[in-house]
Design a protein around this ligand. Structure first.
Ligand code: PGA
Length: 256
């Protein structure tokens, strides 16, 4: 198990913040900035399903990876309203979010569904971004590590992982997402360290990439990126505007 540190991973989850036109405007603006992006920063964007195709074309040409925010774990069939990992792969996806807390808590996705998505993504060659994190109530009860451990073990259960293949895990405390109240970087580091140990036990051959997520912005990202077990960040709100996203990219570049 290796933990990459040559690069900072900055992943942008646009959630449902941008409509089709806004998504395309931001994608083109990012592509225009791409020449200035430092070589030590690896960028990926998770646009809405609706804007995925044109955004992926623009961003991939600019060297920025893309992935779906959500998908169904079966490849094809009578599943009204769903889209599969294979369909996203065909449109140029590299990564796929799985188990995001908004899916778990708003749409009642279970650990088992997160596991099915991780397996489906991996089976078509997408790198899953496995999202884990405790609620405020669980944090108050001191259950953070137990919750994260069980989400992680469940998500990775039964997976086969080839030597050297990248696996991304995002630790995102639910109480820190979209609240403006980020986790204390030292506490995040402790949890990431534990995740590195558990993921190493389950998938010892994986190249593990660990992201922190939850109210990341230009003013606080450096404190996370300086931690030994944090390779990058998964950013929601601050990724959906060019100015705040560039503050994040520039803060990471300054650490090079
Ligand atoms: P936030 O969201 O940056 O808006 O807190 C992070 C996430 O949900 O991935």
């Amino acid at each position: 198990m290796a933990l990459y540190k040559e690069k900072f991973y900055l992943f942008a989850n646009w959630k449902m913040y941008l409509d089709f036109v806004e998504s395309n405007i931001l994608a083109n603006a990012l592509a225009n900035e791409a020449a200035k992006f430092p070589a030590n920063v690896k960028l990926a964007v998770f646009p809405s399903a609706l804007s995925f195709y044109p955004v992926s074309q623009v961003l991939r040409d600019a060297g920025i990876s893309v992935g779906p925010q959500n998908f169904f774990h079966i490849d094809k069939g009578g599943y009204t309203g769903e889209m599969s990992a294979r369909m996203y792969k065909a449109l140029g996806a590299d990564y796929a979010l799985a188990g995001h807390s908004e899916r778990r808590h708003i749409f009642h996705e279970t650990n088992e569904e997160a596991r099915q998505k991780v397996a489906a993504a991996a089976s078509v060659g997408l790198t899953p971004v496995v999202c884990v994190g405790e609620t405020l109530d669980e944090k108050k009860k001191n259950h953070t590590l137990d919750v994260v451990k069980s989400q992680l073990y469940s998500a990775l259960d039964g997976l086969e992982w080839p030597e050297g293949k990248e696996l991304v895990v995002a630790y995102e405390p639910v109480w820190a997402i979209g609240t403006g109240e980020a986790c204390d970087p030292e506490a995040a580091e402790e949890t990431h360290k534990a995740i590195a140990g558990w993921a190493g036990d389950v998938l010892p051959k994986a190249e593990l990439v660990l992201l922190y997520g939850g109210s990341v912005k230009g003013a606080n990202i450096s404190e996370f990126l300086k931690k030994p077990h944090i390779n990058g960040c998964l950013v929601g709100g601050a990724s959906a505007k060019l100015e705040s996203w560039m503050e994040i990219v520039n803060a990471a570049a300054d650490l090079a």
